[in-house]
Design a protein around this ligand. Structure first.
Ligand SMILES: O=P(O)(O)OC[C@H]1O[C@H](OP(=O)(O)OP(=O)(O)O)[C@H](O)[C@@H]1O
Ligand SMILES: O=c1cc[nH]c(=O)[nH]1
Ligand SMILES: [Mg+2]
Length: 214
C-alpha cells in the first residue's frame, strides 16, 4: 500500500483542510481540495504505469522523452467519488471512464448494512489498467462490490484502488478480498464508529461535496 502522507508534503495540508469542520462549511473548497488530492494521487499512480520512449520536436530540435504506453480506465463510485475522480481526469487526458452507483441501503444500521449497486456504465475492461477511485474506504464493502461488478466488463491486467482516507479495517478487508489490487491512499485512520464512519475521518464525503441526501 502507498500512503501519500507517510512523509510531510502539501498533501497533509489538503487532507487537514478536508477534515477541518470550519473549512468544510465551504463546499467548493472541499471539492477543490479533494480534486487536488486526486491530482497528487494520480501523479503517484502514474509512476506505476508503463511508458515508451518518444520524441518531441521543439522549434530548435528534438527532445527525447517518455509517453504513456496506454491510457488507464478511470472508475468512480457515485456520488462522493466525483471530485477525487476529477483530479485523475485532469492528469490522464484521454482515459475512458466507468461509473458505479452505490449506496448503503440501511445507512443507520449499527455495524452491519448492505451495499446496493443500482447503476453501472463501463467500457470494455479487458487487458486495461483500471483505477478505481472512491474517497472513503470505511468497511471496504462498497469498493469490493464495485470491483466485482466491473469484472462483467472484462478482465483488467492491473487494478489500482485509490482512496483519500481509509480505515485500518477497510485496508485489511480490501487486502483480504482483493489481494491482486494495488492500494493507494491519502491517509489511514485507526478507527470507525458504530455507523462504520471513519474516525477521525472527515464525516460524510458525499454530503460535504454535494449536500445532505434526503
Ligand atoms: O467502505 P464502505 O463502508 O463501503 O463505505 C464507503 C462508501 O461510503 C461513501 O459513499 P456513501 O455510501 O456515503 O454514498 P454517497 O456518495 O452518496 O454519499 C464512500 O464514497 C464510499 O463509496
Ligand atoms: O467515514 C465515512 C464512511 C463512509 N462514507 C463517508 O463519506 N465517510
Ligand atoms: Mg455519503
Amino acid at each position: 500500500m502507498f500512503t501519500l502522507t507517510s512523509s510531510p508534503s502539501v498533501a497533509c495540508q489538503f487532507i487537514a483542510e478536508l477534515r477541518d469542520v470550519r473549512i468544510q462549511q465551504d463546499s467548493m473548497r472541499f471539492r477543490k481540495n479533494m480534486e487536488r488530492l486526486g491530482e497528487l494521487l494520480a501523479y503517484e499512480v502514474s509512476k506505476a504505469m508503463r511508458y515508451e520512449k518518444s520524441s518531441v520536436t521543439t522549434p530548435l530540435g528534438n527532445s527525447e522523452t517518455w509517453a504513456l504506453s496506454e491510457q488507464p480506465v478511470l472508475a468512480t463510485v457515485l456520488r462522493a467519488g466525483l471530485p477525487l475522480f476529477q483530479g485523475f481526469m485532469n492528469f490522464f487526458d484521454r482515459a475512458e471512464s466507468a461509473f458505479i452507483g452505490a449506496y448503503r441501503s440501511t445507512p443507520d444500521a449499527q455495524y452491519s448494512f448492505d451495499i446496493e449497486l443500482n447503476y453501472i456504465a463501463a467500457p470494455n475492461l479487458n487487458n486495461k489498467n483500471l483505477i478505481l477511485i472512491d474517497p472513503m474506504l470505511a468497511t471496504g464493502k462498497s469498493i469490493v462490490k464495485a470491483k466485482q461488478a466491473l469484472l462483467k466488463y472484462g478482465l483488467p491486467k492491473q487494478i489500482h484502488i485509490v482512496a483519500a482516507i481509509a480505515s485500518r479495517q477497510g485496508v485489511e478487508y480490501v487486502s483480504a478480498h482483493l489481494p491482486d489490487c494495488h492500494l493507494w491512499v491519502g491517509a489511514v485512520d485507526e478507527e470507525m464508529n458504530h455507523k462504520s464512519y471513519i474516525v477521525p475521518g472527515l464525516g460524510d464525503a458525499g454530503d460535504l461535496a454535494f449536500g445532505e441526501k434526503l
